[in-house]
Design a protein around this ligand. Structure first.
Ligand code: CMC
Length: 435
């Protein structure tokens, strides 16, 4: 581990106090860190970093992002290569185990996932408790959390075997639950998984097939679905992954932790952005209104932001957006929709924004969500399902981080501190004496 040996020392000079020496650790790549764990004990002070812009919350060996270069690597492999040459199941194995699988390991892994795709029959009752018009993310938060009430034999987080079984269950059952959420919302019967189909094909089958007729998706669509899952599989310590880690740090069970991750992902600044990006494109409506909306995005008195643009970490093009744009072309071609007006509008908006001084200066580039909504809608998903698909794909990343955290012997419960600016201690005033 990199924190076994300090590569140097940083000295913090605080007026009125003795200098505090803090160890510096180097990662394999990327910024080094200053270890402040003893800062409070040695100085009586906290650090202040709301939004964690300069804080490494943990040590991790899973995913690396170089925001300035615009690169994303899973276990050292670039997202571009994985999207081109690999598939989602192989990427899941890689994220969980650290290495690409041999053929035998791959087959075994796929078999394990495939044979966990069914959900307890009683789980269907949960869906019937929701209103038909419930947002599918509300359903996901509830139903995934409820898995802990069904699978008691994979709740002991101190047992590596139980952790592994829980990991398989989560990765395998998410597509089944996501498809059930969709089917429930449109009043169609649930469709059972099929073991003869690939992970992505099976998900499309459970989502779009009906008992009355066969469903045979175009291989281009299956490949696009698989690639979308691959692109969303992990993204290091983002808000939802950090939520899963924080929830898991208390010893909460894996199903509850993933439900917490889903809840966090739902927000429009995180997983909800592709839904918001598509809604924005619909609202803009035509190329001649682009300037009006760009002006609004630049106006500090207007809360409107260009959805699908900008990223906390990428200050260059989001590498996932490049793959997504290519996939978008492939899908629209396969579906004979290359004249799709929303896609044309998106391309024009991207071009104009990339030449605009405001966006150039702030390094605001399209992110993964800018194009994913167009693809998903073309495949047939309603916008309310977009974040659900993101949560399905990200489950493996959450599980990999949760496992990494639990296996770390230095792991402790996450407990941030604060800069308190509220009232100091004061006596209680009885109600009849309050002015
Ligand atoms: N449209 C207009 N202005 C923007 C935008 C935008 N989409 N994004 C950032 N800015 C401006 C922002 O107003 C600020 O300007 P100034 O320096 O003049 O105050 C500057 O750019 C820096 O932005 P910030 O808000 O400090 O950046 P952040 O790191 O806090 O926010 C973000 C990152 C993704 C929340 C933000 O860019 C945003 O709201 N984008 C739109 C939502 C979106 O597409 N989210 C998906 C993120 S990718 C999916 C994922 O990985 O989860």
């Amino acid at each position: 581990m990199s924190t076994d040996k300090a590569s140097g020392t940083a000295t913090l000079n605080i007026p009125g106090k003795d200098p505090v020496d803090l160890p510096v650790y180097d990662g394999s790549v990327g910024p080094s860190v200053i270890d402040i764990r003893k800062l409070y004990a040695n100085s009586g002070m906290f650090t202040f970093d709301p939004g964690f812009t300069s804080t490494a919350s943990c040590e991790s060996a899973i995913t690396y992002i170089d925001g300035d270069a615009g690169t994303l690597n899973y276990r050292g492999y670039t997202i571009d290569e994985l999207a081109e040459k690999s598939n989602y199941m192989e990427v899941c194995y890689l994220l969980l185990n650290g290495e690409l699988p041999t053929k035998a390991q791959y087959d075994e892994f796929v078999k394990n996932v495939t044979y966990h795709t069914m959900v307890h029959e009683q789980l269907a009752n949960f869906f019937h408790g929701f209103r038909r018009d419930a947002h599918p993310m509300a359903v996901m938060v509830g139903v995934v959390g409820a898995l802990s009430a069904f699978y008691h034999d994979s709740l002991d987080i101190s047992d590596p075997h139980q952790r592994m079984v829980a990991s398989f269950r989560l990765i395998a059952k998410m597509p089944t639950i996501a498809a059930m959420a969709y089917k429930y919302s449109i009043g169609q019967p649930f469709v059972y998984p099929r073991n003869d189909l690939s992970y992505s094909e099976n998900f499309l089958h459970m989502t779009f097939s009906v008992p009355a007729e066969e469903y045979n998706p175009d291989p281009v669509i299956v490949r696009a679905m698989d690639r979308i899952f691959t692109l969303h599989a992990d993204h290091e310590q983002n808000a939802s992954t950090s939520t899963v880690r924080l929830a898991g740090s208390s010893g909460a069970n894996p199903f509850a932790c993933i439900a917490a991750g889903i809840a966090c992902l739902w927000g429009p600044s995180h997983g909800g952005a592709n839904e918001a990006a598509l809604a924005m494109l619909d609202e803009i409506g035509s190329v001649d209104r682009i300037e009006e909306y760009l002006a609004r995005a630049k106006d500090k008195n207007d809360p409107f932001r260009l959805m699908g643009f900008g990223h906390r970490v990428y200050k260059n093009r989001d590498p996932r957006a490049t793959v997504m744009q290519k996939t978008c072309h492939e899908v629209l071609d396969a579906l004979d929709m290359h004249d799709d007006p929303v896609f044309k509008l998106a391309m024009k908006l991207e071009k104009i924004a990339l030449e605009d001084e405001y966006f150039v200066e702030r390094k605001l580039y399209p992110n993964v969500d800018f194009y994913s909504g167009i693809i998903l809608r073309a495949i047939g998903f309603p916008t309310s399902m977009f974040t659900v698909l993101f949560s399905l794909a990200r489950t493996v990343g959450w599980v990999a981080h949760w496992n990494e955290m639990i296996s770390d012997p230095t792991q402790r419960i996450g407990r941030p501190r604060q800069l308190y600016t509220g009232p100091t201690a004061r006596p209680f005033v009885p109600m009849d004496q309050r002015g």
